[in-house]
Design a protein around this ligand. Structure first.
Ligand SMILES: C[S@@+](CC[C@H](N)C(=O)[O-])C[C@H]1O[C@@H](n2cnc3c(N)ncnc32)[C@H](O)[C@@H]1O
Length: 344
C-alpha cells in the first residue's frame, strides 16, 4: 500500500528518514501517520500509505506545526495534499490544519468538525444538486432522525442490526487489521465509531456527502466519552470522487449505501482505485428481489423504487468483478445483502 501512495508523491518528495531530517525526529514518536509494523504470517515489515513525509520543516512555527504530505488527496488531481498544521489523523489536528494541492493550488479547510474534500468545496456561487436519494440525507431532519429510529426500521427488511453487521464486517476485514479503514457513506457514523472503538485499525475515516450527517457524527463522537478522537477523521466527499491516492486504503466499508449512490458503477470503480492490493471492500444494501422472490412478483419490483436504486445480487457481483475485484462473496437475509470483494 505504501509503495503506491508514496510513488504518487515521490517526484516532489524526500523520504521520511531521520538521518535526512535531523530537525524533525519527533515525527516518529508523535505522528499518527508514522510507518507501522504489520504482523503478517511472515512477520514482514511494511510501510503503510499513511506515512507522512515532511516536505519543508523550515516553514514550521513549532514542533507540532509541520508542512507535510497528507494521506488525503486532491479530489481534482488525486495528488496527495500538502497539510499545514498539527500532525495526526485526529479530529482536532485536522480541524486546525489547512490542506492544499500542489498541482492545482486548490485549498481545503474544515468547518463544523469535518474536512470538506468535495469538488465543490469553497465554491461561492455554484451549488450542485444531486439525485433525491443523495439529497434526502443532506436534510437536517433526516440526519437527526437517522440513528433515532430511521435505521432501526431496516430490521424489517432483514438487516441484522448494527452490532451483528459490525461483527460480520470485522470478519471480512481480517486482512486489513492494523490498516486504514474508510467508512464511505458513513451517515452519522454508526459504524465509523464502532471501527474506531475496536482498536483494530490504525485510522478510521468517516466519509459522507451529507454535511448534516457529518455534523451529527461529530456530535455523537463528542458525547461519547469512551471514544478516543485520536484515530478518526470526518471527511465530506463524493463516493464517486474519493480524496485518496490510488492504492492507499486497506479497507472500505459502505453500510446501507449502494442504493443511495448516484452511480454505483462510478462508486465501485473509485473504491477499487483507492484500495491497496489485498484491500477489502464490504458493503450492505437492500436487494430489489432475491432468488426466493416468486417470479410473478419480480417484474413489479422496480429498480428505482422510492427514488432509490435497488439492485439484485447478480448486478452487485457483476459491478464488483467488472471493476477487477476478486473473491466476491455475500450473505443474504430477506432484502438485506452483505457483500465483500478484494482488490487483487
Ligand atoms: C442510508 S445512509 C447509510 C448510513 C450508514 N452507513 C449506515 O449503515 O447506516 C446512506 C448514506 O449515503 C450517503 N450518500 C448518498 N450519496 C452519496 C455520495 N454521492 N457520496 C457519498 N455518500 C453518499 C448519504 O448521505 C447517507 O448518509
Amino acid at each position: 500500500m505504501a509503495a503506491s501512495a508514496t510513488t504518487a508523491a515521490s517526484h516532489s518528495l524526500r523520504p521520511l528518514c531521520q538521518s535526512q531530517f535531523p530537525k524533525c525526529p519527533h515525527l516518529f514518536s508523535e505522528s499518527q501517520f508514522r510507518p507501522r509494523l504489520l504482523h503478517s504470517h511472515t512477520q514482514r515489515f511494511t510501510i503503510r500509505a499513511t506515512s507522512a513525509v515532511v516536505v519543508d520543516s523550515d516553514l514550521s512555527t513549532n514542533k507540532h506545526q509541520e508542512t507535510q504530505v497528507d494521506l488525503f488527496a486532491c479530489p481534482i488531481c488525486y495528488e496527495p495534499l500538502i497539510r499545514k498544521g498539527p500532525v495526526g489523523l485526529n479530529l482536532s489536528a485536522i480541524y486546525r490544519s489547512g490542506f492544499k494541492c500542489k498541482r492545482c493550488q486548490k485549498s481545503y479547510t474544515s468547518k463544523d468538525g469535518y474536512l470538506d474534500l468535495t469538488l465543490t468545496s469553497g465554491l461561492k456561487d455554484y451549488t450542485e444538486v444531486q439525485p433525491v436519494r443523495t439529497e434526502l440525507f443532506r436534510s437536517p431532519l433526516v440526519s437527526f432522525l437517522y440513528e433515532r429510529g430511521w435505521r432501526q426500521n431496516f430490521r424489517q427488511s432483514g438487516f441484522p442490526g448494527p452490532d451483528e453487521e459490525f461483527r460480520m464486517a470485522q470478519e471480512y476485514f481480517e486482512p486489513a487489521k492494523g490498516g486504514l479503514v474508510v467508512d464511505v457513506s458513513c451517515g452519522s457514523g454508526l459504524f465509523s465509531r464502532k471501527f474506531a472503538k475496536s482498536g483494530t485499525y490504525s485510522g478510521v475515516i468517516a466519509l459522507d456527502f451529507s454535511e448534516n450527517m457529518l455534523r451529527q457524527c461529530n456530535d455523537f463522537i463528542k458525547k461519547d466519552a469512551t471514544l478516543s478522537t485520536n484515530n478518526i477523521a470526518l471527511v465530506r466527499a463524493d463516493v464517486s470522487r474519493l480524496p485518496f491516492a490510488s492504492g492507499s486504503v486497506d479497507a472500505v466499508h459502505a453500510g446501507a449505501a449502494l442504493h443511495c449512490w448516484p452511480s454505483p458503477s462510478n462508486a465501485i470503480a473509485e473504491i477499487t482505485r483507492v484500495l491497496r492490493s489485498g484491500g477489502v471492500f464490504v458493503g450492505t444494501t437492500f436487494l430489489r428481489y432475491t432468488s426466493s422472490t416468486p417470479w410473478i412478483v419480480r417484474p413489479f419490483r422496480e429498480r428505482n423504487s422510492q427514488g432509490y436504486g435497488f439492485l439484485i445480487e447478480e448486478e452487485i457481483k457483476d459491478l464488483c468483478t467488472s471493476c477487477g475485484l476478486t473473491n466476491y462473496s455475500c450473505k443474504v437475509q430477506k432484502s438485506f445483502i452483505m457483500f465483500t470483494a478484494q482488490k487483487p
